[in-house]
Write a protein that binds this ligand. Sequence first.
Ligand code: NAD
Length: 337
Amino acid sequence: MIRVGVNGYGTIGKRVADAVHAQPDMELIGVAKTQPNFEAHTAGERGYPMYAAIPERSPLFSEAGVDLAGEVDELVAKADIIVDCTPSGIGAENRELYETHHTPAIFQGGEDADVADVSFNARANFDAARDADYVRVVSCNTTGLSRIIAPLEAEYGVEKVRATLVRRGGDPGQNSRGPINDILPNPIEIPSHHGPDVKTIFPGLEIDTLGLKVPATLMHVHALNVTLEDDVTGAHVRQLLEGENRVYVIPEGMGIDGAGKLMDFALDAGRPRGDMWENCVWGESIGVNGRDLYLFQAIHQQSDVIPENVDAIRAMFDTEDQQDSMALTDRTLGIGI
Ligand code: NAD
């Protein structure tokens, strides 16, 4: 059993905790939080031992009726590995704490790549994390792009990727973010920083990205153009992507014409929190012109990185190979439509 602690229990942390809890080869030994808010209460109901992330705030937990198992230092000392799910930039500050206890750690995509030895995507570079002490699971957008690029690269070779990322303004609970009524080129510089982030997974890749932000909280949508090294047919690409368990090629006739219906679909299917862990590629959008492939995909920013965190743990402890780990993660979480 790999003993896992989660530091930072927000959007990503609570999902990582549930995913770890569902693994037969891992034990969730606790989660660390800064405040005893609603998420602390539901973590208690799930039976997750709670640690105070900021020791001075410990009394707030008992005042709110939330039992504490200790402080974050103790969690880090007890754990075989910490999955750091704190806000961007805090993870880098926490690295010293993990080093002090000789506890390996996984960081999230909001951190700069140099926070860790390796940037990770299970489909693209699982083996790069073998025996690494510090690994960064790349962002939701980079994860979404990597899951498409990896099979294309292996099957046809990729000459160049161009991607326009239409990004949600914020997550549903982030009521201070926006825009509320605007369409923002964001970041306004072209190409955007997303391409270089994808290159942390595919170092030699030619990729240019552009970003926009829109008034939506549901998902990101990518418009993708990939110039391949071989001539292809749309049907062949579709078959290739349908063979990827973490890619859902939306069949014609499903009546899913946008992110809203995708989120409804996930809720109707009984997914926890309405999560959609898979990339959602519109089958009808897969088009080919010579060596140029085009497609639209939607990425559920809150959940696509969750299975990647689970696989990163197995890669770091060298307990399963890539295929077995991904299959186990997918089976235990219910991934694959
Ligand atoms: P979040 O704000 O929802 O959750 C972060 C949690 O960490 C909050 O509960 C916060 O109170 C807590 N926290 C703050 N300071 C802390 C500290 N010092 N110690 C412990 N906990 C602390 O953020 P999130 O969306 O879950 O993002 C976490 C990381 O995941 C970021 O790097 C982010 O870029 C990345 N990420 C986010 C998304 C997304 O869409 N939300 C997608 C992929 C990756």
